[in-house]
Ligand binder design. Sequence first.
Ligand code: FPP
Length: 253
Amino acid sequence: MGFIKKRQKNFDEEIEKKLDKNNVPKHVAIIMDGNGRWAKKRGFIRTLGHRAGMEAVRRIVKASSEIGIKYLTLYAFSTENWKRPVDEVNGLMDLLIEYLGREVNELNENNVKLNFIGDLSMIPEKCRIKIKESEEITKNNTGLTLNIALNYGGRSEIVRAFKMIGSSLLSGKIDLNDIDENVIADNLYTSGQPDPDLIIRPSGELRISNFMLWQSAYSELWFSDVLWPDFEKKHLLQAIFDYQKRNRRFGGI
Ligand code: FPP
């Protein structure tokens, strides 16, 4: 290991030691942003920014597992991202196939369970096949659950839940008075998972961008100017460190 990497590792270990092991967020969700700007700054095409973003995904998944986070949700492609040039969209789908091909065995060895959330019916078939295969390989794992949000939008997730609940209502499976917050949560893609404790958005933008609208009701938000391809374990540790200093009241006093 080179001198700089070794110094970084020591630095990460120092922050990690300071973390309260009893207050590690169970669920961290990240709006991965800034790939395009990262590429532009270097005179590269945008797809190279996404490729560098994929390396950040590898680092942060590994780090999350080491820290003991139970759920990590990564926003990889939104329902609005179809507006991008077709080459960029295809490049992103190909990157995802490459990521799964390269990583699934290592993820499996590390007890990571892959779970895709979003409307996959619109995702190219070759990509869908790889997704199903990766979910199948890792389905019995009990470590980190890695949710990858693909063709995901918080509003469309809620519309989908409305439709599912509406159909149960029409068929008489449930009664109007049965509908409560739990029923809605159970009909979201994240059914059975805890809401994100911490939502991270790098790249300087201060928005939620249609991400986990229902689930984020009491999430702590953490923003950073660092562009996603530059995001490292030390940034994640800093976010968790700051999170641990917050006073979460959930509407109480
Ligand atoms: C937003 O940056 C990023 C995306 C729309 C794609 C995120 C995808 C990856 C990190 C790579 C592959 C993912 C996985 C899970 C392997 P932007 O393009 O909007 O950046 P900009 O705002 O600087 O233009």
